[in-house]
Design a protein around this ligand. Structure first.
Ligand code: PAF
Length: 282
């Protein structure tokens, strides 16, 4: 595995593979790799000749009061994990390499952002879309792999790829969970021990709502309240949102049918967790 820190070197390497007609699988991350990331890498490994993993904690997507400085980082551990997963290139640029000066152009996301995390994180998806646009131009992937845990991010990247005509196949990958149902996340290490015990209620509440829908409940308000009550009674977390929307359009539903997402965000003392389920109602 080669570790590459400059854009120029990364593009030179990629061009060699492109000339040979090889496919490039790309897994963009902010590091502190967990099983969720490793699943993305192994899927990319299965489906492509070359696998590129990027590790870059992107300052543009963090708000002024968010956890940019405390976001967990452990490059040596990540490098060992990437090597074990047979990644070909680990792209690890500095902030100065990615943003050498104040950008003259930024990507602004206009749709799919006024709901879920977008509502409470203004500018977040502009930062994601800007860095992903740059990374796509640097890595020039055939396929790009994203976890469905960040379902709104997947929806935004889907719009970016189609609106900006990137010749890239988006591959959304299922959420990887701990045995007790908690969705894996780099941020889980910031849960206090008692909060870690409580956190699986997020997934249990989603499952309860899904079951109610399967059993015939179609009133979105009732379902939202059912989830809120479950979370409030079984955790100290403060509910940020519980929303039921169409997916991937992320529109408020008048009537519950078609492909839907039930998504939640809950703030614990040092970390905010998100989770979701996406399924089809016939
Ligand atoms: O999901 C993430 O880790 C980040 O939002 C991403 C896609 C790597 C962009 O910085």
């Amino acid at each position: 595995m080669k570790v590459i820190t400059t854009i120029q070197d990364m593009q030179n390497e990629i061009m060699k593979h492109k000339t040979l007609g090889e496919s490039i699988g790309f897994v963009p991350t902010m590091g502190f790799l967990h099983e969720g990331h490793l699943t993305l890498i192994s899927k990319a490994r299965e489906e492509n000749n070359i696998v590129v993993l990027s590790i870059f904690v992107n300052p543009l997507q963090f708000g002024p009061k968010e956890d940019y400085s405390t976001y967990p980082r452990d490059f040596d551990r990540d490098r060992a994990l990437a090597e074990a997963e047979k990644v070909d290139y680990l792209f690890y640029p500095s902030v100065e390499e990615m943003y050498p000066h104040e950008s003259s152009v930024k990507v602004v996301v206009q749709e799919r952002t006024d709901v879920l995390c977008g509502k409470s994180r203004p500018g977040h998806f502009d930062g994601v879309a800007t860095v992903i646009t740059k990374l796509f131009h640097i890595v020039m992937p055939t396929r790009a792999y994203f976890g469905k845990k960040d379902a709104q991010q997947v929806a935004v990247i889907d719009g970016l790829i189609s609106d900006f005509n990137f010749l890239i196949q988006l591959v959304p990958v299922d959420i990887v969970r701990e045995e007790d149902g908690l969705a894996k996340s780099s941020r889980n290490v910031n849960l206090l021990p008692e909060e870690r015990q409580q956190a699986p209620i997020l997934f249990r509440s989603l499952q309860k709502a899904k079951k109610a829908i399967i059993d015939g409940e179609r009133n979105p308000n009732k379902l939202v309240n059912m989830i809120k009550e479950a979370i409030s009674s079984e955790s100290d977390g403060e509910i940020d949102y519980v929303e039921i929307l169409s997916y991937p359009q992320l529109k408020v539903l008048e009537k519950l049918d078609g492909s839907i997402i039930i998504a939640i965000a809950v703030k614990f003392s040092r970390v905010r967790l998100i989770d979701n389920i996406i399924f089809q109602i016939d």
